[in-house]
Every structure is written in structure tokens, then in C-alpha cells.
Design a protein around this ligand. Structure first.
Ligand SMILES: Cc1ncc(COP(=O)(O)O)c(C=O)c1O
Length: 381
């Protein structure tokens, strides 16, 4: 790759981050106590319309703690999309439960909500919708199913900070709600490529005070307030540091600007790549506000190549890309455990091979975006 290549993502950190992190260093509050953690938890929870926020070390463990809080155990099942990161399946498996997979919607690439009910069994305890690449899952049908079958929802909102969903369509009171407001427990990642980043980091949101207390305790080795080194439950050290929360809080202060920039990137790509033969672009359903976390494209037959070839041709032109997720059902690590053998999910399989995402980071300049689009046009023409 040329030195002046356009990276798929670069974080954009500012003077407020420096100021807050410097305060940690100056005052010595560098570990998992300090003012930034609580403030970050409260402000992010409140931004998402939730009562409680529990900051953790990353998005993967946010899902794991959430699953543990719901008391998942061997024999139980969690329904989730196959087209997602491995973290989702691990959250179930590390709690002894079994992931049960569902194919993707071909437009939004999120879980196909019409295929969920057929997967519900007497062992199902939770549904894990995963909002993909900035676009919300169609949540109404999932909320209805959860209600009807008495299931919990672990909402994976790692990729959709600030995205919104029009809930209650078809009722007299439809209302826009933020992603992260729908789960019994909702999970975020603050990895370096996310809209808000703490370097590594995550958060669990909930409205249930008992679940919040449980998550808080599990994050911190289940120490007890009265007798610190007396443990009645098995926990984890999944704490976030004040240093990390300082970064997150600084970005939260200019979050509207961050969302606007991401939407601008997505919409500019849409405009410049519209009508290009062979390329499926991201959608924004009428009930969704997409934050274009990563700008994904899917090639169809007219393109005459798969995403690997497309990616390497873009790379020759200085444009870095990332392939789409490979479905959970295609992961050798799970086959070795006897999971998902012989299962087929045609939409997820197609987009895994035909999809990639283009440079989408907050530091992407208008000139770089131009160059990416020129390279895409050149490769596909
Ligand atoms: C949908 C989804 N869930 C969970 C995670 C895991 O987050 P982390 O990388 O912070 O562990 C990611 C990571 O990018 C993700 O995209």
C-alpha cells in the first residue's frame, strides 16, 4: 500500500480530549475510579434515553456481561443474526448457551425479522438484534416477539451510536427513538473506529435497576460493599478506566457534529456512486436514520468480480477497504465445536463475499472522498 493511501478509518481527536486526559494524568485518577467514568455513563445513558449506564472494557464483554445478567445457562438459546461479529456468539457460548442463527435482510443487511419467529423454541431466552454498519434493525417486530414469547432483548448497538428508529409505525403514536433504547440490556463498543471512541471500551445500558446493579457488580469481580473480599457470585474484571472515559466524554460534548459528519460522508458517497452498475449502496429505510458507521457496498453479478478482487483493485489505487463479516455459521472455530454444521444462510453468504466497506472515518476529507469515488468508478467501468 502506498504511503499516502486513504485508510478505512482514522479517529479524529481534539483539544478537549487532550484537556480531559491531561486532567487524569495531573490528578492521578487514571484507573477505574474518577469523575469521567460516572459522567460518561450518565450522559451516554441519558443521550440514549436510558436510566443506567455501566461502562466496561469493550463491546465484546458488554455483550458477555449482559448475557450473564440474564442468567443464561446451558440449554438456553439466544437468537441472533449470522451476519455479525463473533462477539455476539461468544456472549452466548461463554455463558453456556447456544446461538441460534437467522439470515439477513438483503436491503439493510441486518437480521431478517421475518425469519425470527420460526427459530423460537421453549429453550429460547433472548433475541440479540445487531444494528449493522450504522443502519437500525427493524425493531417493532422484535419487540412484539419478545413480548409475545416472554423473551429478553440484548441489543447490540456497537455500530450505531446516534442512529434512530421510528418505533410504533402503524400505531397512533409512532416515535423516533435512539438505538440503544430498545434492549432489556443494550450494548455499545467504543473501539477506535466507532463514532465515539475511548480507544478500547464499551457500555451496557438498561432501565432495570436490578440488572444495572448486577452488571456493575459483575464488571468489578462481584466485590461486596460491606465485606470487600467476600464474594457470593463469580464476576469479571471488565472495568473501564477514567483515562478512557475522559476521551469518550470529550467526544460526547460534540457528538451532534460527529453524527452530522458521518451522515455527510454517507450521503456524499450515495450521491457520487448512485447509478453505478454492479454496486448496491447502503439504504436508509423510511423508518430509520442511518449514521453510516461504515459505508458498505455490495457488488452484484454485473460487476463481474467479488469483493476480494474489488478490494485489491482499490488497494492498488491507494484506497484501503475492509471485507464484510463472514457469517457465524461459516466460522471454522464453531464447526470444530459441532455448531452450525450444514446450515445455510444465502443472503449472509452472498454479502460476505460480495461486500466491503470504503474509507468512512471521521478524519476522511472531501478530497479523499473524491479520490475514493474516482477509484471505485475506475475499477467498475
Ligand atoms: C456489532 C458489533 N458488536 C460488538 C463488537 C465488539 O466490540 P469491541 O471491539 O469493542 O469488543 C463490535 C466491534 O466492532 C461490533 O461491530
Amino acid at each position: 500500500m502506498a504511503m499516502d493511501h486513504i485508510p478505512v478509518n482514522e479517529p479524529l481527536l481534539g483539544s478537549r480530549e487532550l484537556e480531559y486526559v491531561s486532567e487524569c494524568v495531573r490528578t492521578g485518577w487514571i484507573s477505574s475510579a474518577g469523575r469521567f467514568i460516572e459522567e460518561f455513563e450518565q450522559k451516554w445513558a441519558s443521550y440514549c434515553g436510558r436510566r443506567h449506564g455501566i461502562a466496561v472494557s469493550n463491546g465484546t464483554v458488554a455483550l458477555q456481561v449482559s448475557a450473564a445478567c440474564l442468567g443464561l445457562k446451558p440449554g438456553y438459546e439466544v437468537i441472533m443474526p449470522t451476519f455479525t461479529i463473533i462477539s455476539c456468539a461468544l456472549a452466548a457460548i461463554y455463558n453456556g448457551a447456544v446461538p441460534v442463527l437467522v439470515d439477513s435482510d438483503p436491503r439493510t443487511w441486518c437480521i431478517d425479522v421475518n425469519q425470527i419467529e420460526a427459530k423460537i423454541t421453549p429453550r429460547t431466552r433472548a433475541i440479540m438484534p445487531v444494528h449493522i454498519y450504522g443502519h437500525p434493525v427493524d425493531m417493532d417486530p422484535i419487540l412484539e416477539l419478545a413480548e409475545k414469547h416472554g423473551l429478553s432483548i440484548i441489543e447490540d448497538a456497537a455500530e450505531v451510536h446516534g442512529a434512530e428508529y421510528l418505533a410504533g409505525r402503524g400505531t397512533t403514536h409512532p416515535a423516533w427513538r435512539r438505538c440503544g433504547s430498545f434492549g432489556t440490556l443494550s450494548c455499545f463498543s467504543f473501539y477506535a473506529n466507532k463514532l465515539i471512541t475511548t480507544g478500547e471500551g464499551g457500555m451496557v445500558l438498561t432501565d432495570d435497576p436490578a440488572l444495572a446493579e448486577k452488571a456493575r457488580s459483575m464488571r468489578n469481580l462481584c466485590f461486596q460493599a460491606e465485606r470487600r473480599f467476600h464474594h457470593e457470585e463469580l464476576g469479571f474484571n471488565f472495568r473501564l478506566t477514567n483515562l478512557q472515559a475522559a476521551l469518550g466524554l470529550a467526544q460526547l460534548e460534540r457528538f451532534e457534529e460527529i453524527v452530522a459528519r458521518k451522515r455527510w460522508i454517507g450521503q456524499e458517497y450515495n450521491r457520487r456512486l448512485a447509478g453505478l452498475k454492479g454496486l448496491q449502496l447502503p439504504v436508509e429505510e423510511p423508518w430509520a436514520r442511518n449514521v453510516y458507521w461504515m459505508y458498505g457496498v455490495v457488488l452484484d453479478e454485473a460487476a463481474g468480480m467479488d469483493a476480494a478482487v474489488f478490494g485489491s483493485r482499490l488497494k492498488e489505487r491507494g484506497v484501503e477497504t475492509r471485507p464484510f463479516f463472514l457469517g457465524l455459521h461459516e466460522q471454522p472455530a464453531f464447526h470444530q465445536q459441532g455448531l452450525f454444521l450444514g446450515e445455510r444462510y444465502p443472503v449472509a453468504e452472498r454479502i460476505a463475499r460480495q461486500g466491503l466497506y470504503l474509507p468512512s472515518g471521521l478524519a476522511l476529507t472531501a478530497e479523499q472522498l473524491d479520490e475514493v469515488c474516482a477509484a471505485v468508478h475506475e475499477v467498475l467501468s
